[in-house]
Design a binder for this molecule. Structure first.
Ligand SMILES: *[C@@H]1O[C@H](CO)[C@@H](O)[C@H](O)[C@H]1NC(C)=O
Ligand SMILES: *[C@@H]1O[C@H](CO)[C@@H](O)[C@H](O)[C@H]1NC(C)=O
Ligand SMILES: *[C@@H]1O[C@H](CO)[C@@H](O)[C@H](O)[C@H]1NC(C)=O
Length: 220
């Protein structure tokens, strides 16, 4: 008897199936004036008709809740919709009986940010699914972009400038050293040349072998 009760308890959820409402995305990010599609999925039966589906979608913000979508027995009731969302919410009738609720919210406002909860009622169960939407101001983002890019590039640019400056300084100093050495060498050579020519003029009455020897030495 106990075994039978337990078996029934385990089998009941499998046979009837729990009615679930899922979200395809738990959080959405958008910019002001953009359009967005929020999507929920829910359990369906083979013979699910549009008339058997009722939906109530609300946005919860810090200030108050807003009704953005109300479907009663498969018929939309715009009178329940908050004026904030008037003419900004569209839904797909075709996919609803397949268990997909898609809400296209257009011309997003920053005040649309918050928690979106959709309750789905059918004759075989009810449940709800929730997701977050975060709408950022368009004016806030645009001036940030140009100031962000130079900020992001400035460390790289500074590095490049530093490396190039170091390279230039290195090359210039090397060139200076080489120049100084070259000058010194030519100066020494000139002095040697001068002294040797002086020596030659002085030692004109020397023997040719001796003068040759002197010239060779000064050349070295
Ligand atoms: C809901 O999500 C669960 C877990 O991801 C999944 O097993 C189930 O099939 C989904 N049901 C619907 C109707 O989307
Ligand atoms: C947003 O939706 C509105 C109305 O549905 C449409 O006129 C507009 O072109 C859409 N904008 C974008 C960027 O998709
Ligand atoms: C909304 O998005 C902005 C920018 O990405 C982020 O700074 C902020 O924390 C988000 N707010 C919420 C509630 O997720």
């Amino acid at each position: 008897m106990i075994f039978l009760i337990l078996l029934l308890l385990f089998l009941t959820p499998c046979v009837s199936g729990r009615f679930v409402v899922n979200v395809t995305q738990t959080s959405y990010q958008a910019e002001e004036n953009q359009n967005i599609t929020l999507e929920w999925t829910f359990s369906t039966r083979r013979e699910t008709s549009l008339r058997s589906i009722s939906i109530l979608c609300k946005l919860f913000t810090e200030t108050r809740p807003f009704v953005l979508f109300h479907l009663h027995g498969g018929v939309e009731s715009p009178e329940s919709q908050d004026p904030e969302f008037a003419g900004r919410v569209q839904w797909d009738k075709d996919v609803l009986t397949e268990g997909r609720l898609t809400l296209h919210v257009s011309r997003l406002r920053t005040s649309d940010s918050g928690l979106y909860v959709c309750k789905v009622f059918t004759d075989y169960g009810r449940n709800n699914g929730r997701c977050w939407l975060n709408v950022t101001a368009a004016e806030e983002l645009e001036p940030q972009r140009p100031s962000e890019s130079p900020q992001a590039e400035s460390p790289r640019g500074l590095w490049l400038i530093a490396v190039i400056t170091t390279l230039i300084l290195f090359v210039v100093s090397m060139a200076c050293i080489v120049l100084i050495r070259f000058k010194r060498r030519t100066y020494n050579a000139a002095i040697q040349m001068e002294s040797s020519s002086e020596e030659q003029t002085i030692r004109t009455n020397m023997s040719p072998s001796e003068s040759e020897h002197e010239v060779r030495l000064s050349n070295i």
